[in-house]
Ligand binder design. Structure first.
Ligand SMILES: [Zn+2]
Length: 364
């Protein structure tokens, strides 16, 4: 939201000299033993709050002596450091093996990659064999994290709360990966508008970061995923520069976009507990689109549901294409900002938007 913009610009200029570019993706912790207790504090005297197992990956929060804290279902959980490894995944978010060799090299064992399921449905199994029980089925377009296993045609996969194994050929063949795409997105044109930019930093977060940076982070993840699914994506800005609002929607008109998405984060420093997501549309024709995307976002992220509604936003006003403005959470809320910074939550938001778009396109 662009409230008190002039105050924020002044505040922003003051902050520019004091803050660095945010480290957008938190570090990750991979569990290396089965049935490891998660505790509420850094020591065996703290009460257990759950269990984690080998291969599961969590966002790293902090370390105290021999204990590491992780984002455990949006709570802070502590585990013994000796049973886990901390990975610097920062680039891995978009990293996938560029070819078979990369995926199969011994040196990559333990490295966590992220990719998108390129085939209709994959069985996730409890063991690296077709004899293993089916833990769950993962549909096309879902994002998984995986690590390569030495001397095996199987990879170790984490998808949401599930872990298991799938054959490496599913993600290993670059040609297949790029050729097999989700037909629903093929030929679709999506224009993504990372809100604000440049001198207009948007809202300032509880931790002192800018809405414009968070909007860009989410937009880039969304763009990369949509492109992998076969969509053509245009961004209204690729850099940290301010572009006025009406040309942003005009870009969607120009490219005859199937959908225009303006990405924002909310902020109410006066009510730091406010949280959750809103979705706005301008034309009543776009109400169905708003419903699909909003409800999917709430489903995948479990964010507080602030509803979807019509809103007369300038960035939507000049658009003649179906368009939404997404307020993806309150960066003035400390907990919500921590979520937004995390790799897993960004993935969930992207999944939510993509599920919603898939439902919308398949209804037309
Ligand atoms: Zn905004």
């Amino acid at each position: 939201m662009k409230r008190y913009l002039s105050i924020w610009i002044i505040f922003g200029i003051l902050l520019i000299s004091l803050t660095n570019i945010p480290t957008i993706y938190a570090r990750q912790v991979e569990i290396e033993t089965d049935d490891l207790l998660v505790r509420s504090g850094p020591g065996t005297s703290y009460e257990p709050i759950g269990h984690v197992s080998s291969g599961q990956v969590f966002t790293y929060l902090d370390q105290e002596g021999e204990w590491i804290s992780i984002d455990y279902h949006s709570e802070t959980g502590w585990i013994s450091a000796q049973f886990a490894s901390i990975t610097t995944e920062q680039e891995n978010w978009e990293e996938k093996p560029s070819n078979d060799e990369d995926a199969q090299t011994d040196g990559n064992e333990g490295t966590v990659f992220t990719t998108i399921i390129p085939v209709d449905v994959v069985n996730l199994r409890s063991e690296p064999s077709t004899n293993g029980d089916i833990v769950t089925e993962i549909p096309i377009g879902e994002m998984i994290s995986f690590s390569v296993m030495n001397d095996s045609d199987w990879i170790h996969v984490t998808w949401g709360d599930y872990t298991g194994y799938m054959p490496s050929w599913i993600i290993g063949d670059e040609m297949q990966f790029t050729e097999v795409q989700d037909s629903i997105f093929q030929g679709k044109v999506i224009v993504i508008d990372p809100g604000h930019g440049g001198i207009d930093v948007g809202a300032i977060s509880a931790a002192g970061y800018y809405e414009s940076d968070y909007a860009m982070m989410t937009s880039e993840v969304l763009r990369d995923t949509l492109e992998k699914l076969g969509a053509t994506v245009y961004m209204t800005r690729e850099d940290d520069y301010y572009y006025s609002l009406s040309p942003r929607a005009s870009l969607a008109n120009l490219h005859l976009a199937d959908v225009f998405l303006s990405i924002h984060y909310n902020s109410t420093p006066q009510y730091p507990s406010a949280n959750g997501m809103n979705t706005f549309y301008r034309e009543s024709n776009d109400r169905a689109l708003a419903g699909y995307v909003h409800n999917s976002l709430i489903e995948t992220t479990e964010a507080n549901d602030r509803g979807y509604d019509s809103g007369d936003y300038s960035v939507l006003r000049t658009g003649s294409r179906p368009g939404l403005l997404l307020e993806l959470g309150f960066i003035s809320n400390v907990e919500e900002e921590e979520n937004i910074q995390s790799h897993q939550y960004q993935r969930k938001m992207t999944e939510g938007i993509i599920h919603g778009l898939r439902r919308y396109f398949s209804q037309r």
